[in-house]
Design a protein around this ligand. Sequence first.
Ligand code: B12
Ligand code: SF4
Length: 484
Amino acid sequence: MRVLLISPPNVEPIRAGIPLEIDEEIGAIPSLGLMYLAQAVHDQKKHEVSILDTRIEDLSYEEYTDRIVTFKPDLVGITTMSFTLNNVINTVQFINKKLPKTLICLGGPHLKNYSEETLKLKNIRVDYIVKGEGEKTFPQLLDRIETGESLEDIEGIGYKKDGKIFINPTTSLIDSLDSIRWPDRRLVPYKLCYSILGNGEIMTTIQTSRGCPYNCIYCHEARSKYRRRNVYDVIDEIEHCVSLGIKDFFFIDDLFTLNKQWILTFCRLLIEKGLKIKFKISARVNTIDGEILQWLNKAGCYRIHYGIESASQRVLDVLQKKITLRQQKEAVFLTKKAGIRTFCYFILGSPSETKEEILKTIDYAIELDSDYAHFAIAVPYPGTQLYKDGIKEGIFSCDFWREFAENPHRDFKPQLWLSLPKNELAGLQTYANKRFYNRPKVFLRELLNTNSMQQLCRKIRVALKLLFPGRHDRRHGSLEKQKI
Ligand code: B12
Ligand code: SF4
């Protein structure tokens, strides 16, 4: 079979708490999920597989659809977040119309919650869905489709048969991540990948663990089984990437810093092998200390992203964040001391949060003085505790994500918990960005940390969008005009 895996263009964006314009500017970040899947299919040596990742390639809508048609796929697999469902539907409609024999399979976070709704969609045809991790199930599914054998015993997939919908029990998680082959980055035009905050080198996404034992109420990955790869295998993967000219690594683990010993070994190995890479990680403030930070710095870590969320311990407890203000301050302080840049995330408008608490959080962001701050309005993601509580407590007028999954439409906007009126929250978000970024010292710091004229122009563009939201054209090239 000819299999095309797609990360579709952002033609019908849904706002998720940050200005959409920012999401479009953050860089060409390759979809690791699709690369893992493509590698698994490739390894079967039975099917021809290709990736069309529009986060990497800046294509016009015509070029994008031409690429799909020219590939002549027997099956198209599309990665789907609930926030990108409209984009996915747009592509499915195109394929249903132009390539009516091509089968469609959707996978990704949206399917964890809404498999049945997706297979039942009216006016478009989705043939299969994969719930959860796809490296084992997707290749099995392709084989069975080709041979016409029964799909009954493939865990975690959904399909239609004789007008009925079948959802097989959810896949048990892949126990050993070392049993999955890491992807060959040449599966995508990897030389085009970069991050706006990167070091100007070719960048790739990489993962050393999956899952997170914590239970933050707003997170889709909360309380998922933590599994970690063998550190030597990770180093081999990095070595392979370096041999391709990749020197900037974007670790997308939910919780990179869970096991101190693992991190220290990882750093030592990177140094011993002379792998002169640069990388950025995300960490919880309660999982790092001075020793880890020193080693991370020596090994090439140039930035750490922290979920600070709020300056109020009361709000942190509402979010079940399980961190303290002291840990936050210490983590940011020690990170700077170790010579690593910091990126702090803040949430505005958490349940029961007052305007005073939000203003305190904005002051706190200035006080912490990280290199970057990201102020997002609390948006309930499907499947999260925040969403479930909002429905139970009647904060939301309906199960709006489910209704959207059953009947996706362009005007969909997720409801918010709204501890304050919507306009006031949006105003506070702009105020936060202005207070944080409109300071000469931030500008100077950024100037000194910029590698090229091109990167400087990109940063200025994002800064203008943050400081003056709503005055910008919110889309790429000709995509939006080309809805089907
Ligand atoms: C890296 C990342 C990003 C990158 C995207 C990079 C990229 N090209 O993929 C950036 C920073 C751009 C991003 C943006 C956003 N993100 Co994001 N992101 C992630 C993160 C941290 C890792 C994704 C990843 O690579 N995982 C590792 C791979 C191996 O897993 P995977 O992608 O899920 O793929 C596996 C399976 O899902 C499945 N699968 C996936 N696709 C397909 C397709 C087929 C056909 C099949 C069969 C199987 C399959 O098989 C894969 C292998 O096992 C996840 C958190 C997480 N733990 O996944 C959040 C996450 C996916 N993001 C999320 C959100 C909400 C967003 C934003 C909307 C946030 C925002 N602030 O605006 C935007 C949307 C941008 C957009 N329009 O696309 C949510 C999604 C929630 C939901 N239910 O929709 C998540 C889960 C975060 C969370 N903790 O809640 N994100
Ligand atoms: S926000 Fe981070 S720490 Fe909290 S549950 Fe999600 S992945 Fe874990």
